[in-house]
Design a protein around this ligand. Structure first.
Ligand code: NAP
Ligand code: 8YV
Length: 324
């Protein structure tokens, strides 16, 4: 490994766009390609000033404290719950994410997952492929008609979801801690009260300690026997055992899930339930949107390396740093 005058960058795994261009700007090392990850970190640590990560490994205190010159962690994804942002902030390290460039893709996926779940479309497709249509028509399904949708999280993506839902002629309400600027829908400060009043919950809040198990047994009970849960946020936001129990006991009707507590491992109880629709965290996973996300990660790193500051720092690590 030949040290260069370029800033040292660690990639925690494969990252579209970033991988293609990193060596133009950085002395770049991909941890996923290292035979001995710890040995690589120990060798390059004195020169590493940046990390690019897509959540392949937690960027925690244990990793960051091995890198005494670390200044920036550029996260591939708008959600940065795999980065210990509190530790980073306390040590003057800026964290960036990829807001906005994925709003429309994730909202499209959410609507697709909602319709698949309500109308049982994956089950219908499996039915056809199994030759069962030759015997009799596929059974009638539940409907989106006359449903009220409660969106949990009315941020950038929540608003893009709501905009699409307006065209479906359904009622829309939402829950967040504060009313959202620019959202004209009814705001519920109390999640259980909202769950009681709606037929579908669409969850699109950040992960992490503040939202852990926000969707718990009480919320699912309030959602009720005709209720459908759509989770495109993070697995940690839903109490997974409580969800499995609510599905088993028919406390709720069904669920459509893009995210899980221990990805890529999905509980076998969910896999064995024909009723639920399960996606492998593909909310933003198109070539178009993943390239836009990768470009924003690279742009953040290059802008920082040129001394112009990161483009999209997260709220916990504002740029320029604020004096306390
Ligand atoms: P955002 O603009 O920051 O919006 C977050 C929303 O969640 C806000 O309305 C916020 O309002 C609310 N919220 C935060 N903490 C809350 C809490 N404890 N209780 C209730 N509401 C809370 O974020 P975004 O860009 O829309 O992204 C949201 C999340 O979606 C990401 O962080 C990520 O985890 C997830 N995501 C998933 C995929 C996927 O592939 N499945 C793709 C992209 C994003 P208040 O602050 O007023 O509470
Ligand atoms: C990505 C996401 O799949 O942006 C997010 O928060 O969950 C997704 O867009 C993920 O971040 C890839 O690492």
């Amino acid at each position: 490994m030949v040290p260069t005058s370029k800033p040292g960058l660690i990639l925690t795994g494969s990252l579209i766009v970033v991988e293609e261009h990193a060596k133009e700007f950085f002395e770049a090392y991909n941890l996923a390609k290292a035979k001995d990850r710890d040995a690589l970190i120990a060798e390059v640590a004195p020169r590493i000033r940046a990390i690019a990560t897509g959540g392949q490994l937690p960027v925690n205190a244990a990793l960051m404290e091995k890198l005494p010159k670390l200044e920036i962690v550029a996260n591939f994804g708008v959600g940065y719950d795999s980065v210990d942002v509190k530790w980073a902030a306390a040590h003057g390290i800026v964290v960036t994410n990829t807001p906005d460039v994925l709003n429309e893709e994730v909202a499209d996926t959410t609507i697709a997952l909602l319709l698949q779940t309500v109308r049982r479309l994956p089950q219908a497709e499996r039915y056809l492929r199994a030759g069962k249509w030759l015997e009799k028509p596929f059974p009638l399904s539940p409907t989106l008609r006359d449903r009220t949708i409660g969106i949990v999280g009315m941020g950038r993506i929540g608003k893009a979801i709501a905009k699409r839902l307006e065209a479906f002629g359904v009622s829309i309400v939402y829950h967040s801690r504060k009313p959202a600027a620019g959202a004209s829908y009814q705001h519920y400060p109390d999640l259980v009260a909202m769950a009681r009043d709606v037929d579908v919950l669409v969850v699109i809040v950040p992960g992490g300690a503040g939202t852990k198990n926000l969707i718990n047994a009480e919320v699912l009970k309030a959602l009720g026997a005709d209720g459908i849960l759509i989770n495109v946020a993070r697995g940690s936001v839903v109490d997974e055992p409580a969800l499995i129990e609510a599905l088993r006991s028919k406390t709720i009707l069904s669920a459509g899930l893009d995210v899980f507590a221990d990805e890529p491992r999905v509980p076998k109880e969910l896999i064995e339930m024909d009723e639920v629709v399960l996606l492998p965290h593909v909310g933003s996973a198109s070539h178009y949107t993943r390239r836009a996300m990768g470009q924003l990660v690279l742009d953040n790193l290059v802008s920082w390396a040129k001394g112009a500051g990161p483009l999209t720092p997260v709220a916990e690590t504002p740029w320029p740093p604020q004096r306390k």
